[in-house]
Design a protein around this ligand. Structure first.
Ligand code: GAL
Length: 304
């Protein structure tokens, strides 16, 4: 039987340790999946971003740390003790290099910037380039999205909403603001954003702003990233708080039967963040709707 993914448990890496796949980012490179996660073993503040790889999203090989304090060659202090460095998301640049975007913050989350790092190999080590507030806007939880040679940053700014920014051709700076979305009641935008393109349209996912606590995550659709975006809808059974998890990524997976999607979420344990279980489940996108159903265990080979 193929190695099983068990939602609501942690992954063990090839060393037998709890895989630090928190706030995960994942991309396919050649025959393997590469994933980067927040190493929370020292608590909520930064020590490292860990790299892993896998052939099946179920068993994970530790590939070393992508980023730690020694990667801050520019001396920005962004990767120093007591800092927040979250939600590593990597883009494969057409020239073969890898660009990592991160939520960079102070321990009280008042800094609210996006940071960039670059590497020649997916696992790293990455060189930290610095961070900024895009066009002066707050930037906390982030996601990224690649559409051919174009790449986008999704960034939560509670003053204005959830922004979609287009990146420059080298993916290392912001080129333009593409859209800003708000909750249907207009109060603020969703966070922990991720986008996929399916059925000829864009599906944007996010969670409400409840910190480490979970909520009923939502999604909206649009024919164009610039919008107009539809009203928001839940994709998991209402009242389950997205099976007690917060979306990090919706991952497209190619199968013999076509494109499928996997929901990668975190069930944060605020007093033991390093042991926060992963809630990873197949996500069905059909007829313009996204739907998440519980499974006790499953494997990529089930996605047909
Ligand atoms: C959440 C966010 C997490 C983490 C947490 C801290 O809103 O999604 O990544 O920053 O707040 O309370």
């Amino acid at each position: 039987m193929a190695e099983q993914i068990k939602p609501g448990t942690t992954f063990r890496d090839d060393r037998g340790e709890v895989a630090q796949l928190h706030g995960v980012g994942v991309i396919r490179v050649g025959e393997r999946w590469y994933a980067w996660g927040e190493d929370k073993r020292a608590g909520s503040t930064f020590t490292a971003i860990a790299s892993y790889s896998s052939a099946d999203l179920a068993s994970w090989r530790y590939e070393g740390d992508a980023l730690d304090a020694s990667c801050d060659h520019e001396g920005t202090g962004d990767l120093g003790p007591g800092r927040i460095v979250e939600r590593p998301k990597v883009l494969a640049r057409p020239d073969g290099r890898f660009v990592m975007l991160l939520h960079i913050d102070s321990a009280d989350y008042s800094d609210a910037r996006v940071g960039w790092a670059i590497a020649d190999e997916p696992a790293g080590p990455y060189r930290y380039l610095g961070g900024e507030r895009p066009f002066g806007n707050l930037s906390r939880d982030i996601g990224v999205f690649q559409d051919g040679d174009h790449a986008y940053l999704l960034s939560e700014d509670r003053d204005h909403g959830l922004h979609i920014y287009r990146l420059t051709d080298d993916f290392c700076a912001i080129a333009a603001l593409v859209a800003t979305t708000l909750k249907d009641d207009g109060s603020h935008g969703y966070e922990s954003p991720t986008v996929v393109r399916a059925e000829g349209r864009y599906f944007l996912f996010g969670s409400d702003l409840t910190g480490w606590s979970t909520n009923d995550n939502m999604y909206a659709t649009a024919d164009d990233l610039a919008g107009p975006w539809s009203p928001w809808r839940p994709f998991a059974p209402v009242g389950t708080s997205t099976f007690d998890s917060q979306v990090s990524v919706v991952l497209p997976v190619d199968t013999a039967a076509g494109a499928r999607h996997v929901y990668l979420g975190d069930r944060w344990q605020r007093d033991a963040l390093a042991d926060s279980p992963a809630v990873w489940l197949p996500l069905t996108i059909a007829d313009g709707r996204a739907r998440l159903e519980w499974r006790d265990q499953w494997s990529l080979s089930d996605l047909v």
